[in-house]
Ligand binder design. Structure first.
Ligand SMILES: [Zn+2]
Ligand SMILES: [Zn+2]
Length: 357
């Protein structure tokens, strides 16, 4: 039997949707749980995988006790004064990681040193060349938002569209991030939207926010449950993010059925989009969205709801599906189904899409 720490170790051999969290901290940085305790919390929360992403260190990844109960996707949160990004799938010992191992200086000296030493665009490029995934975190959350406006969007594989939804400022930062991501999609970028609880510690008290390792969950379709297969699913955009509802979303065309994240390629003609939602919430609205604009909406006041609408392929459309609660807040959103004669877009930077003040 292979080591449970191996990215290819299979915890379940079947293909399916697996729920996890792409952003969590341990005692290796400023979290309150040991890496093993955090894995147990993930099990208790019903998750299938978790990524440990400590600030500027992978020490937590070296502290695991085997066997792990779930795949632990090896990650790090590169945490600089100019923004935070996660790197996923950190296998082997890339040379640049030395920068993050060296030095035993306390925070904030460490962050200051790294902010001076790291050239963000270069490090992102290196990570991509080494096969790791680069994901910008909480890009519009002050004061930890993304300030490296000149970074090309081609350097980014994923975007954390939802960071800890219990954090008060994320009530506006998360929807603004979804809007910005929609603009990226409309411009032709195929960057996978994921979620992250950014879980550090349990907060109690009536007025406090209540972060939890499964808020939000990111659902990934993978051919089996292993860290490597989950990341392949992310690369293929077979992903949706949810606070609670379970979703299905696909396109039915002449040439078959196309799931979340699929590129239908060059095709013309009519199609049918079909979505279903399962939820314990009493009152939700499910929407099918084309290029950022709803083309079908249905209110569901039971545990199950479904929506279908007809459309046709014109240009290079992207279709997503989202679910909103009774107050109109987004509580689940899928990555797109793509179609058309797609070409990689012109070079845009992060700053080109910043919301206007
Ligand atoms: Zn962060
Ligand atoms: Zn974090």
């Amino acid at each position: 039997m292979s080591s449970t720490l191996s990215p290819t170790h299979s915890f379940r051999a079947t293909a399916g949707w697996y729920a996890g969290d792409f952003h969590a901290h341990t005692t290796a940085s400023d979290g309150e749980n040991s890496p093993d305790a955090l894995m147990q919390m993930a099990v208790a929360a019903g998750l299938d995988f978790v990524s440990i992403t400590d600030h500027n260190t992978v020490a937590g990844l070296d502290a695991f006790q085997e066997p792990l109960p779930l795949p632990a996707i090896r990650g790090i949160e590169i945490t600089l004064f100019s923004g935070h990004f996660n790197v996923f799938g950190l296998d082997g010992a890339p040379a640049w990681l030395q920068l993050f191992r060296a030095g035993s200086e306390p925070e904030p000296e460490r962050r200051k040193r790294l902010s001076e030493q790291v050239v963000v665009a270069d490090l992102m490029q290196q990570c991509q060349a080494e096969g790791f995934l680069v994901s910008i975190n909480h890009p519009l959350l002050a004061p930890w938002g993304w300030q490296e406006s000149d970074v090309y969007l081609s350097r980014i594989d994923c975007l954390e569209i939802w960071n800890d939804p219990t954090w008060p400022d994320n009530a506006s930062a998360n929807p603004a991030t979804v809007d910005m991501w929609t603009q990226w999609l409309n411009a032709g970028y195929r960057i996978t939207a994921i979620g992250g609880s950014d879980f550090h510690f349990t907060v109690s008290g009536a007025d406090a926010h209540h972060p939890a390792i499964h808020l939000p969950r990111t659902l990934v379709y993978a051919e089996q449950l292993s860290a490597a297969a989950i990341l392949r699913g992310v690369r293929r955009h077979h992903v949706y993010v949810s606070m609670e509802p379970s979703l299905t979303f696909h396109v039915q065309g002449h040439e078959g059925r196309f799931a979340i994240g699929t590129d239908m390629g060059e095709m013309t003609g009519n199609i049918e989009l079909q979505a279903t939602v399962s939820t314990h919430l009493p009152d939700v609205v499910i929407q099918i969205i084309k290029n950022g604009v709803p083309i079908g909406t249905k209110r569901c006041q039971g545990e199950q709801g479904s929506l279908a609408c007809l459309d046709h392929v014109d240009g290079t459309p992207v279709w997503c599906c989202d679910v909103r609660d009774a107050e109109g807040r987004i509580i689940a959103v899928t990555n797109p189904i793509f179609a058309g004669d797609w070409l990689p877009p012109a070079a845009h930077t992060f700053g080109d899409f910043l919301p206007q003040e």
